[in-house]
Design a protein around this ligand. Structure first.
Ligand SMILES: [Ca+2]
Ligand SMILES: [Ca+2]
Ligand SMILES: [Ca+2]
Ligand SMILES: [Ca+2]
Length: 339
């Protein structure tokens, strides 16, 4: 009898909420509406984000969106907080749009065009650059269903397994950062976001400075918390705009003998992507390093071993190291390589 009672208590104490991934949002509660959004604040008629839902059970993180689309794209960007992701998604190989993120790095993208999943889905942003584009790959084992049709409000639901989200185990204190936007075609900016971001603009670079953060594991036991109202563990974060500058650009030496290494140390004042390129005096590219998600006031090091892109030592001569933070901020220094 006492064993049965204990078993009953064990079963009834599991208060995770499992969502039916069918595109019908009726199984969500208002406690799971982590990003409510105004029903009439999209700049283009026929498109709207009404709200983003999030909840979880022991095995899955669920994401739902109530929205309307007409010849536009809906994007939901997540950051798992495992040091992956990118600052800028304008150069993705899938759904590239002109958004830059401050306070998060997008490492998962849920996207669809014109309320049609045919060209949409869920991908992870790997951070690798392949053929000059930022690589993405299908998110493993994802469940996704969409019920909306073009020009009419409806829902999309996604289930991401914790084993795919956190292949090395759920980190203690796990959090998810999130934002959703509506955007035009490839490389266009935004017409709507949730939470609201007044820096979102249709045909220009669109800064995302307001995002939400949802704490999955507030008691830091490495297990997604039970008995939680997701809205109560959701915060809106705001990252202030700073003037992007290169605050540190140090070279270990200005001349180096073949066999030595030149260490390049960089810091920046704001979230950005970093590009470090070594050129000959004639402007031919010799070597390139990049860092997609540099954070303010951290020191990043790149070691140039005086080899070129095909891994052979460069000839003796002057070389120019050019660093770029984002699109517009750049500095250069010359170094001399000898034998
Ligand atoms: Ca459902
Ligand atoms: Ca809205
Ligand atoms: Ca909005
Ligand atoms: Ca926990």
């Amino acid at each position: 009898m006492s064993t049965l009672l204990a078993l009953l208590i064990l079963v009834s104490s599991t208060t995770y909420h499992t969502i039916q991934v069918d595109g019908n949002l009726q199984d969500w509660t208002s406690d799971e509406l982590v990003i409510p959004d105004a029903p009439n604040d999209c700049a283009v008629t026929g498109n709207e984000i009404y709200g983003i839902y999030m909840t979880w059970d022991a095995n899955y993180l669920y994401v739902g969106a109530s929205y309307k689309l007409q010849n536009k794209a809906l994007l939901i960007l997540l950051d798992r907080g495992i040091g992956k992701g990118v600052h800028d998604i304008n150069n993705l190989n899938w759904y590239p749009r002109n958004f830059q993120f401050f306070g998060m790095n997008a490492d998962i993208i849920i996207a669809l065009w014109n309320a049609d999943l045919g060209t949409g889905g869920v991908r992870e942003i790997t951070g690798e650059i392949i053929n000059n584009r930022m690589n993405t790959r299908p998110f493993p084992g994802v469940l996704v269903q969409n019920r909306a049709v073009s020009g009419d409000s409806g829902g999309i639901e996604v289930a991401l397994s914790f084993s795919s989200l956190f292949p090395d185990g759920i980190p203690e204190g796990a959090k998810i950062k999130a934002v959703s936007v509506i955007a035009g075609s490839d490389n266009e900016g935004g017409v709507e976001s949730a939470p609201d971001n007044p820096w979102v603009r249709p045909f220009q670079a669109s800064a995302i400075r307001r995002i939400v953060e949802i704490i999955l594991d507030s008691n830091t036991d490495g297990v997604p918390d039970e008995n939680v109202r997701p809205v109560e563990v959701t915060d809106t974060l705001f990252t202030e705009e700073k003037i992007l500058k290169i605050s540190r650009f140090d070279l270990s030496q200005r001349s180096a003998k073949i066999g030595e290494i030149i260490n390049i140390e960089l810091s920046v004042t704001d979230y950005t992507s970093l590009d470090v390129a070594v050129y000959t005096e004639r402007g031919e590219l010799v070597k390139r390093f990049s860092m997609q998600n540099a954070e303010p006031d951290r020191i990043y090091s790149f070691a140039w071993d005086l080899k070129n892109l095909s891994s052979t030592y460069v000839p003796q001569g002057m070389y120019i190291i050019v660093i770029k933070a984002g699109e517009y901020v750049r500095e250069k220094r010359a170094v001399f390589v000898y034998r």
